[in-house]
Design a protein around this ligand. Sequence first.
Ligand SMILES: Cc1ncc(COP(=O)(O)O)c(C=O)c1O
Length: 358
Amino acid sequence: MTRLKSAHGGNTREAAALMGLTADQLLDFSANINPLGMPESLKQAIVAQLACAERYPDVEYLQLHQALAAHHGVPAAWVLAGNGETESIFTLVQGLQPRRAMVVAPGFAEYRRALETVECAIDTFFLREEDGWQLTDRLLPALTAELDCLFLCTPNNPTGLLPDRALLTAIAERCRALNIALILDEAFLDFLPDEPGFIPQLAHSPHVWVLRSLTKFYAIPGLRLGYLLNSDEQAVARLRQRQMPWAINAFAALAGEVVLNDLAYQQATYRWLREEGARFYQALGEIAGLKVYPGRANYLFLRCERPDVELQYALLEKQILIRSCANYPGLDARYFRVAIRSREENQRLLTALRQALA
Ligand SMILES: Cc1ncc(COP(=O)(O)O)c(C=O)c1O
């Protein structure tokens, strides 16, 4: 069970209050944020351009859209930035106005919340423990012409698992044949430098929408920046028309223009995740009573085999917050998600886990 009500990781306020602590006394493994912190290049740019807060941002965010588009090698008319990817999810759903949608469980909670704002009927496709929570071709026959859209998260949150590329192509083809808008959430794909994702195929797939977030990789969840991409320029233009003006603050817009050029930060992140991710995965797997899944992103999905241990609370007593997945549809109180953090921080969690499960 979890004693916390939050539907998201990162709610250190609630967890700290439960323990009589302040939020900064907790080591937070529940939000999946790059431990390298905000890029130095961005800090310097913000300080140098503090005065941009005194002006309205360009209401069309032309430079930002051009920077995002150049990064992916697509026309700027394919891109619409949002106040975090979460806002892009809501903008897209409100623009598409689906009557019937499918989401995958376990999955990110905001697709469902966005769909509820347009009173959309929601079908849930449940992943299975016996498949290791991996998406399989069982999904294909579940896609029918009654559906208007399908949300898929690649890699999925909370599992970190990436669907097989051939399967994703088959899903996209079936969606095209059935006139289903396929919405691919690639919020964590930047952490996988060898995975191109779906953007290179967008030109031939106007029924596919890709969602991206810069908040996790560049450690700016408080600044907020995400975007959507689609190759139907008129469809994107319609969403642009609907979006609240000045949705993105000037510093977030600046961030989009700066961070994508910070190759040194990107390389340092790849190096950290390659080395520390592998080490942490192996060490977690060696702890008796824990099963760790082979996630590809900057977090790992765990199952605790010890029903007698209230794991999240036991770690909170050591001032460590992990994400309980008990409130994800399709999961139960055995499941947890932990971010991959710095070596020292991961070491602290490993020690605390060994003690809690001893
Ligand atoms: C799978 C997934 N998509 C999208 C988001 C939203 O990211 P943003 O901070 O850009 O709104 C999150 C945040 O946790 C997420 O986990």
